[in-house]
Design a protein around this ligand. Structure first.
Ligand code: SF4
Length: 435
């Protein structure tokens, strides 16, 4: 399925404030960071990411997992690299992907004391993600009551020494780094100094950013994830405030960690990610679900489409139905969706009655509106075009779209017969989005 170019979203120097009365989201202006053939930030469409859950030592399984995600529309795929053997395996994975499929932008996740691993994997992937709380891991001391400034600074010096080779390697190869702070794994000295707070998260990121900047490395993406949405929201907002004050414009990777699964996992992720996106904050997103990773991708696209940030699906406007509804609205909506869901770019309304339907179609391109019992009216924009028997409604809607030259055949050639479309038809999920 195609992805339309980004709907009109203006960039502004002034992030959330000037957007107060805008009906399109004014995105925070960020620097572009290249990750393989995908650009994060710089006004580019918000990028969708996910992570495979195969062991990276399982080469064929990893290649298949990466491909599955990419085919589902995931634009950057992350893999975990807990050991040197895993880091070396990435070379083979990358080569096999190119041979059997295509190049996919890859990110390697490096954790505890991962300097040597990071240096190896930086040769094979497009971006390395480090967690400031774990990159130089100091075992917590049970009887510690404070960190002196000297102790704090000594660890800072150790971090600098350890991070420098990686920064230089990424800089010289034109690759990227994500400084990925997690609320649940803040370094002990940050916890002592700032507490278990958004401020501690932001200061952790800033400490690493400053080291990168001192080495003239700016291909940086920042994340400040937490499993509690209010904490995550506060951390990202504080980060933006601090970066604005410091003249930094690094793009942000949004996510809610450990969101869980099912409906609540999706709602929780959406609450965090969409809230920030609606404020113009965020350049790439990952919805973390305790489910197969490819199930995260439709959620990402739905968030982006609902906010008008990307258009990967038909936008359906449908009333909830009420006592005035003149047909089985749920049934008709499924039939309409089944017949038209491949027409990316169109807005189609299905409204139960003529009383409020036409006025509430939200400027849809086409409308299917109950006119009277057994008859529906088809609209082009706000104009009623024809009235047809309900039994022919979906077919006539397709004819109207065809007359306008806006119909394309579905890729698999299987146009659902609108009169036999099943109620169980699922909304089509975006596949292979590329914009
Ligand atoms: S559009 Fe008509 S049928 Fe639908 S909810 Fe509104 S009043 Fe009821």
């Amino acid at each position: 399925m195609q992805t339309l170019s980004t709907p009109p979203v203006s960039n502004s120097d002034n992030s959330a404030h000037s957007a107060e009365f805008e009906t399109t989201i004014v995105r925070r202006k960020t620097r572009p960071v290249q990750v393989g053939n995908v650009t994060i930030g710089g006004g580019h469409p918000v990028v969708v990411q996910s992570m495979i859950n195969e062991d990276t030592l399982d080469i064929d399984g990893s290649v298949a997992g990466i491909r599955r995600l990419h085919e589902a529309g995931c634009e950057i795929v992350r893999v975990t690299v807990p050991s040197m053997a895993h880091a070396k395996a990435l070379a083979t994975i990358k080569a096999k992907l190119s041979e059997t499929y295509q190049t996919v932008p890859l990110v390697a996740d490096v954790h505890h004391n991962g300097m040597k691993i990071a240096l190896e994997v930086a040769k094979h992937v497009d971006k390395v993600r480090i967690n400031p709380g774990l990159y130089v891991f100091e075992k917590p001391e049970a009887d510690r009551t404070e960190y002196t400034q000297t102790e704090f600074d000594n660890i800072g010096a150790k971090i600098r020494q350890t991070l420098e080779p990686l920064v230089i390697s990424l800089r010289d190869q034109g690759k990227a780094m994500r400084i990925g702070v997690n609320h649940g794994s803040l370094a002990e000295r940050m916890l002592f100094t700032y507490g278990d707070t958004p401020e501690g998260m932001v200061e952790s990121a800033l400490e690493f950013i400053r080291i990168c900047e001192s080495l003239s490395f700016y291909n940086i993406v920042i994340s400040l994830k937490a499993s509690r949405v209010p904490v995550m929201l506060a951390a990202y907002r504080l980060m933006v405030k601090r970066m604005d004050a410091l003249g930094m414009n690094y793009p942000l990777h949004l996510g809610v960690t450990e969101a869980g699964d099912g409906e609540y996992g999706r709602i929780k992720s959406t609450a965090g990610i969409a809230t920030l996106l609606s404020m113009g904050i965020g350049d790439t997103i990952r919805v973390s679900l305790t489910e197969a990773p490819e199930k995260e991708i439709p959620v990402c696209y739905s968030i982006l489409q609902a906010l008008g940030l990307r258009k990967t699906m038909v936008e359906y406007v449908a009333c909830p139905s009420c006592g005035r509804t003149l047909f089985n609205l749920e049934d008709v909506l499924h039939k309409v969706r089944n017949a038209t869901s491949h027409l990316t770019g169109l807005d189609i309304a299905v409204m139960g009655c003529i009383v409020n339907g036409p006025g509430e179609m939200a400027d849809a391109d086409y409308g299917y509106v109950g006119k009277q019992a057994g008859t529906i009216a088809l609209y082009r924009g706000r104009e009623e075009i024809k009235r047809v028997p309900e039994a022919q409604g979906v077919e006539e809607l397709i004819n109207l779209i065809k007359e306008d030259g806006r119909w394309v055949e579905p890729e698999d050639g299987a146009i659902a017969n609108p009169s036999t479309a099943t109620l169980a038809a699922e909304p089509t999920t975006p596949v292979g989005a590329t914009a």
